[in-house]
Design a protein around this ligand. Structure first.
Ligand SMILES: [Zn+2]
Length: 335
């Protein structure tokens, strides 16, 4: 098989004026249909027992009730639900499972779940932050139930993945590494967030405008040594293209070329440690062109392209020096 992907665009999970909208996928379809080196999988809804490996029964029934009574707002993020959102969220998790199962079983080399609603803010006990079910966590738990012993989840969304951190804070089979802009939603993700999981849950909060240069250094100084020490058998990536400098909600500094270099490094680590097994899962990213360009960059890395596609989106902001931050992270994590 080729590199696999799923596309779950959830057209009726929509709320007037909200940035997490079906419009995010507006430029995606065209760039996917041009490629002959990737293979689309049909998504089936995740089953409730698959969702309940991450989420509590109370959370699942509460979310279903809120959706059936929708449309409505369920938190201050604001996170919205509509009458179809429960089924949309099951399909987003199911689309992620479709990719991760084939990759874990070795039938496909690697994959990318392009799904919404996103997942990484969704905690075991509550949906939040535009996220309903935690798609990446559901997929990692599923692979763990099928014999995977150690997974690494890398989350380069501009926001901290509090939901993923919560899902695995006491699960020693999973290492979680998040890069995010410091001081923005949801407020978690400090270096010392989870002292008892030091060395396994790794938070790298970054100053505004940290971009391609910062992420090269993080890959080299934090992600690579963490992977060498943890020796994952599969890598999951929470890919949020809101870390692009042009995102309307956040202020990090990555470009399409930066996404390519980062994805290429993660694919390289998967080849080194995991027989190539890596699955990217879409999280945020609120500019449709950034989502399309970011996905193109990730597919280029997954299919072994040697050079970055596109370009022409250089950041206008000078990058801060993240050396002191990297030193702090490495010292706390013993890397
Ligand atoms: Zn985000």
């Amino acid at each position: 098989m080729k590199t696999v992907y799923t596309l779950v665009s959830s057209p009726t999970h929509a709320y007037a004026g909200h940035p997490e909208s079906p419009q995010r996928f507006a430029r995606l379809e065209a760039c996917l249909s041009r490629r002959t080196d990737i293979e689309r999988l049909e998504a089936a809804p995740a089953r409730l027992d698959e969702i309940s490996r991450v989420h509590t029964p109370r959370m699942i029934t509460g979310l279903e009730a809120a959706c059936r009574q929708g449309p409505g707002i369920i938190d201050h993020a604001p996170t919205y639900v509509t009458r179809t959102s429960f089924d949309d969220a099951l399909l987003a998790s199911g689309g992620t499972l479709a990719c991760s199962r084939l990759v874990w079983e070795g039938a496909a080399p690697n994959g990318f779940a392009l799904v919404r609603p996103p997942g990484h803010h969704a905690e075991p006990g509550r949906a939040m932050g535009f996220c309903l079910f935690n798609n990446a966590a559901v997929a990692a738990k599923d692979a763990l139930a099928r014999g995977l012993e150690r997974a690494l989840i890398v989350d380069f969304d501009a926001h901290h993945g509090n939901g993923t951190q919560a899902a695995f804070r006491d699960d020693e089979r999973v290492a979680y590494l998040s890069t995010h802009q410091e001081g923005i939603y949801p407020g978690s993700g400090r270096i010392e967030d989870v002292p008892h999981a030091k060395g396994r849950i790794v938070n790298v909060p970054l100053p505004a405008f940290s971009g391609d240069a910062a992420f090269r250094r993080i890959a080299e100084a934090v992600i690579t040594p963490l992977a060498a020490r943890f020796r994952p058998q599969m890598i999951f990536v929470s890919a949020g293209f809101d870390s692009h400098w042009n995102d309307p909600l956040t202020s990090l500094g990555l470009t399409s070329a930066g996404f390519f270099v980062l994805a290429q490094r993660l694919v390289g680590l998967a080849q080194e440690h995991c027989g190539g097994k890596i699955v990217f899962v879409l999280e945020g990213g609120y500019d449709p062109q950034n989502v399309a360009d970011g996905a193109t960059a990730v597919f280029a890395a997954l299919t072994g392209s040697e050079s970055a596609p596109g370009g022409g989106d250089a950041s206008p902001h000078p990058e801060p020096d993240i050396t002191p931050r990297l030193d702090e992270v490495r010292r706390w994590q013993g890397l």
